[in-house]
Design a protein around this ligand. Structure first.
Ligand code: BDR
Ligand code: CA
Length: 308
């Protein structure tokens, strides 16, 4: 059982990550922390509550940063809609979010489970960076950090910058300097994990109302990907992080030195990966390069279909 905190900004693919983490028996989901990203913090928090309640996942939600450390806030309404989770009729959440701040919750959990907690981050890295700044002595108590973010060959907000990194590059820079095992799920890999119409249909055909809602959400997500990028099928970026923890053999990776461009006129927010080791710097992150998409979708759908 992997003990994790899921730090997220739901978000359609974050929503699926919550479900995979909360429903798979190999993962112990200790709490969900939220950050502004795909939408405003109020919305991402509300969406985390809705998704976990709707899926019968008993977990508290701890709101964190409502804006990036230095930069102006950016949201992804073009991809996820105004609420951050458009495309389905969603119920109102019954429970309220905790009044403990995400970063303080992380500190409580790491103190109690020193060296045993994995943080999975599927939104901008603001909360994780703030945790490192506020509780530097606890950083080494994190077993591993697995994050979705960055791109090696391409970006999705600019030609070279990916959304989660572009929103708060200073936070990403702080996080990449944290001296703990880190795993990065970049666009190069997550674009191999695009959900197809047939897979969405399997959810739609299930008896479960919850999975019908997930299918509606996925249809919306596919539509915006088609409109914005001209891509058929929506990449399920965020749940790949959870799949890595459940079954790392689905992936191929390389340990690389990666840094974040904070000043570039054209390259601001880029994750610069030293593939040919030209900098002489030690690798600081494991970069997931390939995914066996069929095994990934078997794992994901088998887990979700338990709800039917
Ligand atoms: C990332 O940005 C968000 O829109 C998604 O939820 C994912 O975490 C992909 O660039
Ligand atoms: Ca996300």
């Amino acid at each position: 059982m992997r003990k994790i905190i899921l730090d997220c900004d739901p978000g359609h693919d974050d929503a699926v990550a919550i479900m995979l983490a909360g429903l798979h028996e190999d993962i112990e989901l200790l709490g969900i922390t939220t950050v502004s990203g795909n939408s405003y913090l109020e919305n991402t928090t509300r969406n985390a509550l809705i998704i976990s309640e709707m899926s019968g996942i008993d977990v508290e939600v701890y709101p964190g940063a409502s804006k990036p450390i230095l930069r102006e806030q950016i949201v992804a309404h073009d991809i996820h809609g105004y609420s951050g989770l458009e495309g389905a009729d969603l119920p109102n959440p019954k429970k309220a979010a905790s009044n403990i701040h995400a970063v303080d919750f992380m500190s409580d959990v790491v103190k109690e489970n020193f060296g045993e907690v994995t943080i999975v981050a599927t939104g901008p890295l603001t909360n994780v960076a703030l945790f490192a700044l506020k509780y530097p002595d606890l950083v080494k108590g994190i077993k591993e950090l697995v994050f979705m973010g960055g791109g090696i060959a391409f970006g999705n907000v600019t030609p070279v910058a990916e959304f989660n990194i572009y929103v708060d590059p200073e936070a990403a820079d702080i996080v990449l300097r944290m001296d703990i095992p880190k795993v990065m799920a970049p666009l190069d890999m997550t674009h191999q994990a695009a959900i197809t119409r047939e897979e969405v249909q399997k959810l739609k055909d299930s008896e479960s109302k919850v999975l019908n809602v997930v299918a509606d959400l996925m249809n919306f997500f596919m539509k915006t990907y088609k409109n914005v990028f001209g891509i058929e099928g929506a990449p399920l970026h965020d749940p790949t992080t959870i799949a890595y923890l459940i079954d790392p053999e689905i992936f191929e990776w390389e340990d690389l030195n990666v840094s974040v461009e904070l000043k570039g006129e054209f390259t601001y927010g880029q994750t610069v990966a030293d593939i040919w080791k030209t900098t002489g710097k030690e690798p600081n992150v494991r970069v997931l390069e390939k995914i066996n998409r069929d095994k990934f979708f078997d794992l994901l759908l088998d887990t979700l279909l338990k709800l039917s």
